[in-house]
Write a protein that binds this ligand. Structure first.
Ligand code: SF4
Length: 151
């Protein structure tokens, strides 16, 4: 049963989801640039209450771009554990989702994001446009609501 504080936290989460942006390592930075572009005043994501969190410990939504490398997989797992429950993960771009043109057997690469952490929303594209990334984050807010209701 959700008490008053729990209901207040659920409302705040829905109205003001904070995101943490993590480049997973194996990427050309095209997706990162589009994520950063999506957060500029041009797209005004603050109308949805979306803010970039300075630390994963303050975030509700983890946005990951790029394929995971052998060098970064431990960091991805650590950052995922640092985001408090309930949390949602958004994989942005074809590298994060399938490995894209780099494949999955390239020697420095460890695998796709969902091979290491559970992914809730996939935003395909190389790179996806800011509009698609914003749509993915809005979808993530709905998933976060569902998870908050169940927790
Ligand atoms: S999906 Fe395309 S734009 Fe995004 S990191 Fe991979 S190669 Fe770069």
């Amino acid at each position: 049963m959700c008490g008053l504080l729990c209901k207040l936290a659920a409302w705040a989460r829905k109205k003001s989801p904070w995101i943490f942006h993590l480049p997973a390592g194996g990427l050309c930075n095209g997706c990162d640039i589009e994520i950063v572009a999506a957060l500029t005043p041009r797209y005004d994501v603050e109308r949805f209450g979306i803010l970039l969190a300075p630390s994963p410990r303050h975030a509700d939504i983890l946005v990951v771009a790029g394929q995971v490398t052998k060098h970064t997989r431990e960091r991805l797992l650590r950052v995922y554990q640092q985001v408090p429950e309930p949390k949602v993960v958004v994989a942005v771009g074809s590298c994060a989702i399938s490995g894209n043109v780099f494949g999955t057997e390239n020697y420095p690469l460890a695998g796709t994001v969902d091979q290491f952490i559970p992914v809730d929303v996939y935003v395909p594209g190389c790179p996806p446009k800011p509009e698609a990334i914003i749509l993915g984050i809005v979808e993530a807010i709905k998933k976060l609501e569902e998870k908050t209701r169940k927790s």
